[in-house]
Design a protein around this ligand. Structure first.
Ligand SMILES: C[S@@+](CC[C@H](N)C(=O)[O-])C[C@H]1O[C@@H](n2cnc3c(N)ncnc32)[C@H](O)[C@@H]1O
Length: 269
């Protein structure tokens, strides 16, 4: 059942993002799964092909990555502040059903049910994926609507979500205000189990602007280094892509890291 998005109060803090969604100014949105996710999928999932993983997508927008991973049989939870983004995410996955779980005062849980007859779902898969695809019912797709900074362990466990095995952050850390980064990093760290893997995609650019804000390696290590072992995976030069080329941006790199959650207690925020 699709609740009218306008019924959801949206914090003034998200006015910029809601305006982008309402006016369809979604330059970051990709029609296909993110190349970094596809390249490092097995390492990230620790995949034996059998085990169902619980996967967190902070600041998920309406990314097709969520459906792609849920259709592989994993339990996917996205967190997104703008209701219209979640409308799109769930309608592209299947149909929205009544969550039936008690809402947190600041966070709403919305649930999508897969629709295997939906042609678009099959078309999002590559040819090799189609060949190997066994059309088993995929799990529900969970979307937490609200501020990721409020999605701490107590909020997640109230809905029965375990510590997550994996997280994919593309366009998340670079989207929040720099002053919110320590809280953002703390929430991400506490949501992953020891040994869990965060695949992180950030951007580095000159001159400074944002969002997306430039987050360099020293900042990644400052924010996440105490909770994660961090390995740099790749750097892709995107300065000749639009809109960066037209803006005359001097440097625009997309940088990926694999971050493995260390064991033991987390340092204080
Ligand atoms: C740059 S987009 C990236 C979306 C997605 N990860 C992707 O790759 O397509 C950032 C998204 O984060 C959402 N957002 C921004 N701040 C947020 C917050 N504090 N909590 C939840 N969502 C937030 C915005 O509405 C927007 O959809």
């Amino acid at each position: 059942m699709n609740k009218n998005s306008l019924d959801f109060p949206v914090d003034e803090k998200f006015a910029y993002w809601r305006d982008r969604w309402l006016n369809k100014m979604l330059g970051w949105h990709l029609e296909n799964p993110h190349p970094v996710l596809m390249t490092h999928l097995n390492d990230w999932l620790g995949d034996d092909g059998e085990t169902q993983r619980s996967i967190l997508f902070p600041l998920c927008g309406a990314s097709v990555d969520l459906g792609c991973i849920a259709r592989r049989g994993h339990q996917v939870v996205g967190v997104e502040a703008v209701p219209e983004a979640i409308d799109r995410l769930l309608s592209e996955y299947g149909e929205e059903i009544e969550g039936g779980r008690p809402p947190d005062a600041r966070l709403w849980l919305r649930v999508g049910q897969p629709n295997w007859m939906q042609k678009v779902a099959a078309e999002q898969l590559s040819k090799s994926e189609k060949r190997s695809m066994t059309y088993q019912p995929a799990p529900f797709l969970f979307a937490v609507q609200g501020d990721f900074l409020a999605f701490d362990r107590p909020a997640a466990s109230q809905w029965g979500f375990p510590e997550f095995d994996c997280a994919f952050d593309r366009g998340g850390l670079v989207a929040v205000a720099p002053s919110d980064r320590p809280r953002y990093a703390a929430v991400l760290s506490e949501q992953l189990r020891p040994g869990g893997k965060l695949l992180l995609v950030v951007v580095e650019h000159e001159p400074a602007f944002g969002p997306p804000h430039s987050v360099d390696e020293s900042e990644v290590r400052r924010l996440l280094g105490s909770a994660f072992e961090i390995q740099k995976l790749s750097v892709v030069d995107e300065k000749d892509k639009e809109p960066w080329k037209a803006k005359g941006v001097k440097r625009f790199d997309e940088v990926a890291y694999m971050c493995t959650r260390k064991g033991g207690a987390l340092p204080a925020e």
